[in-house]
Design a protein around this ligand. Structure first.
Ligand code: NAD
Length: 502
């Protein structure tokens, strides 16, 4: 069996073979905790490579769509089993290329395993409807039909989980795929494609082309033979993807930015809320689309919360995520670190107070990585840019508030709508909050992160465009409903006319 893993140089996977990019150029993938550590060199591919991959996927589609779904699912099931065997190696490689701590990269791999098992199970369901016809001697049903070649474009913060959220439902529904991983974290997606190949996925069914957004993502989403595009990334790039798909009426699924919030009411278990805000705000160094980058705290418990929260944030150990005693890793790259530093300056100029953090870490053990202190801004105004814009780093802005109404107004007063959370022991308030918070996901007495794969995942407003990833709703995006009427009356029957009541 061909392998994706050469000492350091990797190729694209097209039509069942690892092939060099037409450009013969590569992009370095370096460990963000130690930039001396070269994880690998990945192809800097071009439109020519995309064209080859799409052609392979198009050619493979007819056979794959006619492969019975339970058989497709068996391949996925085998892939999940292989992932379990390799879980630790996959997690270590992911920490090296992405920086988040091992406990979290193990979780990322587990999410891919869960998603793969879930979709393997769907292979024996893929339910449609059967329903009585309004006319006699007529049968009505709906079935799911595959769509064709799917172009999948993914971000770097969940390097194996997000590719699996897209690939597994696409494949079980009978589509073929070309995936373009984020250029900061291609290795984990390479491992996933390699595992699918080892599990028996036929050639051409899943292809990987690595490279930059403009050089690979753009030709992929504009390719006339790509019928569906699923994108996860920033709202700015999502808008470009959406416009590109509109021109050719491609099915288009967008999962984009967030500015998520935790609400802490005056009857909350404060220690539990602090635990949640630490995990939600600083897990993955705040680089989760669901990160709790805002916390609104009732004035009656504000001081207690802020004191405890800042003290805990200050104690977080920042460093190389491969080391067992580390709580928080680096930013993904220099640009992301610069963005964090820029927003810290903006926060200071806006008049927010720093309770802890605020500085880059670049001495001693931190000298070779993109590290930043966990940073807590307090006494923030909801209109400040640090409370409105996605920072995507270890920066949490805390705002005081007086009531549930005010808390919900603050929560909903941003352009994003991914995840929100409320800490309260009041059952009425918790139900009002879950009804009125305008986000795709709401947690009660738990932080804004922690999605499970069998439930719908996605956001409102500028976070999403109405589709949902994972859970059964993912099948709705990766298949087309086909409605079938079978008339066995042997004469013309006209719906709404021959059986009209008046
Ligand atoms: P990004 O938008 O910069 O890149 C995402 C992907 O798009 C990458 O593969 C990139 O190469 C590609 N791309 C960039 N320019 C392109 C172009 N012109 N045409 C086609 N493709 C292009 O995002 P990122 O920095 O990788 O990830 C961080 C962002 O992703 C954050 O905004 C975060 O909130 C969001 N995110 C959202 C979710 C969600 O489910 N809502 C999940 C994870 C991350």
């Amino acid at each position: 069996m061909a392998t994706a893993v050469f000492p350091n140089a990797h190729k694209n996977y097209i039509n069942g073979e690892w092939v060099e990019a037409s450009t013969k150029k590569g992009i370095e993938n370096r460990n963000p905790a130690n930039t001396d550590d070269l994880v690998g060199i990945f192809p800097a591919s071009s439109a020519e490579d995309v064209n080859r991959a799409v052609e392979a996927a198009k050619n493979a589609f007819d056979k794959w769509r006619l492969t019975p779904a339970p058989k497709r699912a068996e391949i996925l099931f085998r892939a999940a089993e292989i992932m379990i065997e390799r879980k630790e190696d996959l997690a270590v490689d992911m920490t090296r290329e992405m920086g988040k701590v091992l406990a979290e990269t193990r979780g990322d791999v587990q999410e891919a395993i869960d998603m793969t098992y879930l979709m393997a199970g769907e292979g024996r369901r893929l339910f449609g409807q059967t329903t009585p016809s309004e006319l006699p001697n007529k049968f009505a049903m709906s079935v799911r039909a595959p769509i064709g070649v799917c172009g999948l474009i993914t971000p770097w913060n969940f390097p194996i989980a997000i590719p699996s959220w897209k690939m597994m439902p696409a494949l079980v529904c009978g589509n073929t795929v070309v995936i373009k991983p984020a250029q900061d974290t291609p290795l984990s997606t390479y491992h996933l494609v390699q595992i699918l190949a080892e599990a028996g996925l036929p050639e051409g069914v899943a292809n990987i082309v690595s490279g930059t957004g403009p050089d690979v993502g753009a030709p992929l989403m504009n390719h006339p033979d790509v019928k569906l595009v699923s994108f996860t990334g920033s709202t700015g790039v999502g808008r470009i993807v959406s416009l590109a798909c509109a021109g050719t009426f491609k099915h288009c699924h967008l999962e984009m930015g967030g500015k998520n919030i935790i609400l802490v009411m005056d009857d909350a278990n404060i220690d539990l809320a602090v635990d949640g805000a630490i995990w939600g705000g600083f897990g993955t160094s705040g680089q989760r689309c669901t990160a709790a980058s805002r916390v609104a705290v009732h004035k009656k418990v504000y001081k207690e919360f802020v004191d405890k929260f800042a003290a805990r944030a200050k104690k977080l150990r920042v460093g190389d995520g491969l080391q067992p005693d580390i709580d928080m890793g680096p930013a993904i790259n220099e640009t992301q670190l610069q963005t964090v530093m820029k927003y810290v300056e903006i926060g200071k100029q806006e008049g927010a107070k720093i309770a802890t953090g605020g500085n880059r870490l670049n001495k001693g053990a931190h000298a070779k990585g993109w590290f930043h202190e966990p940073t807590v801004f307090i006494d923030c105004d909801p209109k400040m840019r640090i409370c409105q814009e996605e920072i995507f780093g270890p920066v949490v802005s805390v705002m005081p508030m007086n009531s549930l109404d005010e808390a919900i107004e603050i929560a909903n007063g941003v352009k994003y709508g991914l995840s929100s959370s409320i800490y309260t022991r009041n059952v009425n308030d918790s139900f009002r909050a879950q009804r009125d918070l305008d986000t795709g996901i709401v947690y009660v007495n738990a932080p804004t992160i922690g999605a499970e794969t069998h439930l719908p995942f996605g956001g409102t407003k500028q976070t999403g465009n109405g589709h949902r990833e994972s859970g059964a709703p993912a099948l709705d995006f990766y298949s087309e409903w086909k409605t079938i009427y079978i008339d066995y009356s042997d004469h013309l029957q006209r719906a709404q006319i021959d059986n009209a009541t008046t």
